[in-house]
Design a protein around this ligand. Structure first.
Ligand SMILES: *[C@@H]1O[C@H](CO)[C@@H](O)[C@H](O)[C@H]1NC(C)=O
Ligand SMILES: *[C@@H]1O[C@H](CO)[C@@H](O)[C@H](O)[C@H]1NC(C)=O
Ligand SMILES: *[C@@H]1O[C@H](CO)[C@@H](O)[C@H](O)[C@H]1NC(C)=O
Ligand SMILES: *[C@@H]1O[C@H](CO)[C@@H](O)[C@H](O)[C@H]1NC(C)=O
Ligand SMILES: *[C@@H]1O[C@H](CO)[C@@H](O)[C@H](O)[C@H]1NC(C)=O
Ligand SMILES: *[C@@H]1O[C@H](CO)[C@@H](O)[C@H](O)[C@H]1NC(C)=O
Length: 406
């Protein structure tokens, strides 16, 4: 008798969810469980998901999983069924689309019927984990920029100030660890633009994701306790690194294109700090050169600096500067500064001027330390084969009285 009853209820489950594949039970995956914050219809909303239910939506009846990132679930609360699709963006961020709650005959309840009967006016809602785990910012944002900003809702025009900057770099978290789980945006006020302001905003990174060419990342303001002001989304476009879009609410769906974002930052990689030279290169190195290892770069050398400049197709350029710091014989330790990068590094060059028109050199691994004996230790070149020398060729070869140019 008991077995017969169990069989009956098993058949009933089969009957009720004919289209949900082979799994009838619904175990909400751990990645969806927890307490989440969202802005829904202009209100702060908290949503709780545990292994079997969702707050205000009821008990989970069925689930469909696609590629571990898309989960479609049906919930039942009283006589009402809701279909919720969760898109896992990062461990800290979900987006959801859901149908209005519908009444349905029990024998009609399945993912297909409940989810597809729904009406297309569905809106994507961003859910931020209340117990977020900060992640490394490096894949979201890494470097130092100057910026000008626009805010659609606060002022017209662009607030441009030389001291507004974004800095996302590794910083010491403990004696041994350097991490980059937070970044700072320093805003400066522009006279006449009400809504522009002076202040530093520090964000924790909550992870990033791609949708086509749109690169999104989510953040939490570390100094803000009001939930709706705490969470924000950023948008970059893979085709252009000139702008960043920022949401002005805890909602990523307001960011569709960088251009039309509520707040838009016009960013420019920052020229790194000025470094005083500590040595001089031979005068006969000075001039303009071509680097055979990197034909696309122009090389300018004077007695204290080597500047490599790249020109991109789109008319923009970038450069790396080396400053002479310390020299012993043919070995020169140079400080390397890259536009927009977080820190200076030191590199050992081993130079041989072969002719007036050719410089042969080897380059060691960049290091953070400025200790000559470490940066230029024998180890730096020991494992390199002899042919590892690279060449600078004089751009406009010097000619001599005998007609030779060597
Ligand atoms: C997840 O769902 C979204 C929205 O329905 C869809 O655009 C995307 O292609 C899906 N991704 C995967 C991996 O199924
Ligand atoms: C979708 O739902 C809205 C209200 O929730 C309703 O006004 C509209 O007619 C529905 N559209 C369809 C195609 O069912
Ligand atoms: C952000 O700026 C504040 C104040 O200037 C500073 O204390 C903090 O360490 C900075 N955080 C980061 C990640 O640079
Ligand atoms: C380059 O200049 C150095 C001294 O500054 C000199 O010793 C060396 O002979 C010169 N090399 C060539 C190839 O002219
Ligand atoms: C070498 O060029 C750099 C960059 O243009 C400049 O700052 C520096 O003063 C120059 N050094 C000398 C010795 O002329
Ligand atoms: C290097 O690039 C920066 C930023 O694009 C630019 O401001 C600077 O003038 C460049 N420096 C040189 C020497 O080309």
């Amino acid at each position: 008798m008991k077995i017969y009853q169990q069989l009956c209820s098993f058949m009933a489950v089969l009957f009720v969810f004919p289209n949900t594949g082979s799994s009838y039970s619904c175990n909400i995956p751990v990645i969806l469980q927890g307490t989440w914050f969202s802005r829904e219809n202009g209100r702060n909303t908290f949503t709780e998901l545990d292994a079997t239910s969702m707050s205000r939506r009821g008990r989970c009846l069925a689930m469909k999983e696609e590629f571990h990132v898309n989960y479609t679930l049906i919930f039942k609360q009283d006589l009402c069924y809701t279909c919720v699709k969760f898109l896992v963006r990062t461990v800290n961020v979900l987006e959801k689309i859901e149908t209005p709650c519908v009444d349905a005959p029990e024998d009609h309840v399945s993912i297909d019927t409940i989810c597809h009967s729904s009406n297309s006016s569905q809106q994507l809602v961003t859910l931020f984990s209340e117990n977020y785990v900060p992640v490394n910012c490096r894949s979201s944002l890494h470097g130092v920029w100057n910026f000008a900003y626009q805010n659609k809702f606060k002022f017209t025009g662009e607030c441009k100030h030389p001291d507004s900057y974004i800095r996302s770099c590794e910083q010491p978290d403990s004696q041994f660890l350097k991490t980059n789980q937070r970044f700072n945006i320093t805003y400066k006020k522009c006279t006449g633009m009400t809504g522009s302001f002076d202040g530093v905003v520090e964000y924790s990174c909550l992870g990033d994701w791609f949708l086509g060419k749109n690169h999104y990342f989510a953040v939490a303001n570390t100094k803000e306790s009001r939930r709706d002001e705490k969470y924000r989304c950023f948008l970059k476009n893979l085709d252009s690194d000139l702008y960043l879009g920022v949401s002005t609410t805890a909602d990523c769906s307001t960011l569709n294109t960088v251009e039309n974002s509520p707040e838009r930052l016009h960013i420019k990689p920052v020229q790194p700090e000025i470094i005083e030279p500590g040595c001089r290169l031979p005068q006969n190195f000075s001039g303009n050169w071509i680097n055979t290892a990197n034909m696309d770069a122009d090389i300018f050398i004077n007695e204290t600096h080597i500047i490599e400049t790249w020109n991109y197709d789109n008319g923009r350029s970038s450069n790396t500067t080396y400053v002479c710091k310390e020299q012993h014989d043919s070995l020169v330790m140079m400080a390397r500064l890259t536009i927009g990068s977080c820190q200076k590094e030191y590199v050992c060059f081993d130079f041989v001027l072969q002719h007036h028109n050719i410089v042969r050199y080897r380059k060691g691994t960049p290091m953070i330390t400025d200790n000559f004996h470490t940066v230029c230790s024998k180890m730096q070149f020991q494992n390199q084969v002899k042919s590892k020398y690279e060449l600078y060729l004089r751009k406009n070869p010097m000619h001599f009285d005998d007609g030779s140019n060597l």
